[in-house]
Design a binder for this molecule. Sequence first.
Ligand code: NAP
Length: 497
Amino acid sequence: MQRTTLISQPFDMIVFGGRGDLARRKLIPALYHLAREQRLPDDGRIIAVSRGAMERDAFVKMMHDDCITHSGNGADDTQFDEASWARFAERLTYIGIDATDAKSYGALIDLLKGREDVVRSFYLATAPDLFGPIAANLKALNLVTPASRLVLEKPLGKDLASAHEINAAVARAFSEPQTYRIDHYLGKETVQNLMVLRFANALFEPLWNRTHIDHVQISVAETVGVGGRWRYYNESGALRDMVQNHLLQLICLTAMEPPSTLDADMIRDEKLKVLRALHPVQADEVAAATVRGQYRAGTVDGNAVPGYLEESDADSRSDTETFVAIKIGIDNWRWAGVPFYIRTGKRLPQRSSEIVVQFKTPPHSPYPASAGTIHPNKLVMRLQPDEGIRLIMLNKGRGPGELKLRQTALDLSFAETFGGRSPDAYERLLLDVIRGRPALFMRLDELEAAWRWTDGILQGWSDTGLAPKPYAAGSWGPNAAIALIERDGRTWHEDDI
Ligand SMILES: NC(=O)c1ccc[n+]([C@@H]2O[C@H](COP(=O)([O-])OP(=O)(O)OC[C@H]3O[C@@H](n4cnc5c(N)ncnc54)[C@H](OP(=O)(O)O)[C@@H]3O)[C@@H](O)[C@H]2O)c1
């Protein structure tokens, strides 16, 4: 286990929505792991805020049980450990506040008194319509110090106009450098490794362009449906929920130019250039470049599951998409003519996220047809499960007989190579908030550029009335998603090598 204290500066982290689902499954377990690995300073408090009174002991017990549930129980160092928990629990406080009511903040004001110089992070794990009111109350009550930070969860709006409104409201209390917009995909180890792979190795970058790359695929597949959150999901759909943030961020990291330093703004400037170069997909192109899908009843992991319109709380007339596939162009010198095919959806056959960079086939083959097909090389970066990298290439099949070409993979599994527990994305992101490193958080101009492009598709769908096509739960989406890539003479990657 790592035992390095990385930061010495005291901090207070105030989590609004501190006993909500996100806090219980992700934030508190992530902070526990950071504390257990001695990455947090001794003087660091975590103050959970929700409406309603709750005894501290009851809150601590609830978090204890959640941390056990969400800490994994595989290898030795992933197990929950009571001694570390007891030390961690001393940091925890719970206060009941209605965050919309400035008069109810008394207990928080008292707790923060005398700690104005301490790094103060307000983490808003609440619905986004509370972001503006909470920020306004914090400012009015003089709780926003120069050392304060504001962390915002998604969804940051449902289009450019609403995103603008939310951000304008919080900007009245917090400056842009104080604002940390979370996209938890950026905290994933494999996603950060994408930059290391590209910019710390000489091997790939010379080939990373339209001359050598045929196309890129990004798939983020979930087996789950909408759980008990039908109403919430139905307001958003796959494009807003997954593409506008996570998938566009993955495109940015795959397509960006090398930054000259790791300075947060250098990296974000390069990502912004990619977002601004995304080819707009509007009414005249949506039918050809996008596929919307909605799952029907089917079988996932051997279990029969209901269709989207039959889930509890569902409105059977909904035309929200639970699947989307898009062919995206990047209008710049490096990527002109190289399509990025992306797809994401719920109730797909397996939970997996990967980026596949497919290189061009060699221009000439000296091998006879009997040797087999010359398949192109692929670099596959797996985000989940089994984080790792595979380089798929052709080799000679063994034996003195007729020469046979065999597709094989150089396979790097992060678990096998680096061992130990793979930290959750929130661990890295929370630590970065505390130590004031904004590189992995979205800047306002990035967010707005992502919404501007997404709005074009939403408008196109609305103008053309493009309805979601049905797909059976447990399939890879509507047939149209397969046709989207196959009519270009390409296929979705299947990990069968
Ligand atoms: N859950 C996830 O995995 C996840 C992932 C990414 C993003 N998010 C986003 O994160 C946010 C929170 O999600 P969640 O799933 O944790 O939601 P949730 O389970 O509904 O939790 C919301 C929390 O906000 C609190 N709250 C509501 N109104 C409040 C008020 N006026 N004053 C103080 N506290 C208030 C609730 O507490 P009381 O009702 O007890 O007051 C509860 O603790 C949402 O915007 C969601 O979209 C969630």
